[in-house]
Design a protein around this ligand. Structure first.
Ligand SMILES: NC(=O)C1=CN([C@@H]2O[C@H](COP(=O)(O)OP(=O)(O)OC[C@H]3O[C@@H](n4cnc5c(N)ncnc54)[C@H](OP(=O)(O)O)[C@@H]3O)[C@@H](O)[C@H]2O)C=CC1
Ligand SMILES: CC(C)(CO)C(=O)C(=O)O
Length: 299
């Protein structure tokens, strides 16, 4: 691969499945990212990534703070983002890129008074750990990047676009985020509660619930100024269930691994918006409260 012209220092907080996958893509493009982890002393993180049938070794420097970093990819679970970023000393010039499922962290960070530029993404590049240091890419997806207030891509975007497969700037990130949020609000709680793969949601028994839930979510999105037709959403949910038929959703994985889920930032986000607009959404509420009740054990 040709060396890209690079003057940024890339940091990644969250050396989990997504953070390590994106780190490997940056290394492949010779961008030399560093992991940030204030919980541990400085070290090198060594791992193997299996991508497109090839295994490659990576060794990434891990530092305890964001010193020297100019672009920070935040690959944490949604519920970790505000607490962890608030605990770090972040320079004003830092660009923050949020890479997680769900919505609500942007407002939380702005509410905390963060003055840095915060970019949002909708990411479908997927990976899972086969063992502690061996990662497998499980989905060649897409990463949409945008900013809620500006349609101009930052100067470092060309490097990210060069490094990350199917990385595209959008001047309407809100539309992409709401569609992904709605898809997750259908697939994630239903697969977690029913303990099934994504593809099983295509069976007849789930269609009435899925269709009615899509109508509710569409009403909330439209009430929030986002054009999200219920039929288009239903089709998108079906398409994702087909494409990811054998996948176990991230919420189902959280259930099986006794971890807190991201429900507050998915169905909870819809529930809050529905309540503010006095839109009755009983199916979304039931799913939200059911997973929330389970999550109390893992707060
Ligand atoms: N996995 C996937 O394929 C996909 C995931 N997503 C979304 O991307 C986001 C990240 O997911 P994923 O990578 O799977 O999640 P992981 O739980 O694998 O990654 C989160 C990482 O953050 C680390 N972390 C926790 N606290 C800190 C801290 N204080 N400082 C530094 N690092 C910390 C964790 O380390 P430790 O475990 O040591 O605590 C963990 O490695 C989620 O929102 C998920 O829904 C979206 C698309 C696909
Ligand atoms: C699209 C989907 C449902 C794929 O599994 C996902 O994003 C998740 O599991 O969180």
């Amino acid at each position: 691969m040709t060396q890209s012209v690079e003057s940024q220092n890339w940091g990644i907080i969250g050396a989990g499945a997504v953070g390590s996958l994106l780190a490997s893509m940056l290394v492949d493009a010779q961008l030399i990212p560093r992991f940030i982890d204030a919980r541990r002393s400085a070290h090198r993180r060594n791992f193997v990534v299996e991508k497109s049938g090839r295994s490659q070794r990576y060794s990434i420097e891990t530092q305890t703070n964001v010193e020297g970093i100019s672009v920070l990819l935040v690959c944490l679970k949604a519920w970790q983002v505000s607490t962890i970023l608030a605990s770090l000393d972040l320079p004003k010039s830092l660009s923050i890129v949020l890479v997680h499922n769900g919505m609500g962290t942007y407002d939380q960070l702005k509410g905390l008074g963060l003055e840095q530029a915060i970019y949002l993404t909708s990411n479908t590049h997927a990976a899972r750990w086969k063992s502690a240091n061996s990662l497998q890419q499980t989905g060649h997806g897409q990463l949409w990047l945008g900013h809620p207030l500006t349609s101009t891509a930052p100067p470092w975007f060309s490097s990210l676009e060069f490094a990350i497969e199917n990385c595209t700037w959008t001047d309407d990130i809100s539309q992409k985020l709401w569609l992904k949020l709605a898809i997750n609000a259908v697939i994630n709680p239903l697969t977690a509660i029913n303990d099934c793969d994504n593809g099983q949601l295509l069976s007849d028994q789930y269609q009435a619930t899925i269709n009615a839930l899509c109508v509710e979510l569409s009403k909330i999105a439209i009430g929030s100024g986002v054009d999200l037709d219920a039929k288009v959403l239903q089709q998108n949910v079906r398409d994702i269930c087909h494409i990811t038929a054998l996948n176990s959703s991230s919420m189902r994985e959280d259930f099986s691994n006794a971890r807190r889920s991201e429900i507050d930032y998915i169905n909870g986000y819809f529930d809050k918006a529905a309540t503010e607009m006095s839109i009755d959404c009983p199916i979304n509420r039931t799913l939200y409260l059911s997973v929330l009740e389970r999550d109390k054990n893992y707060a």
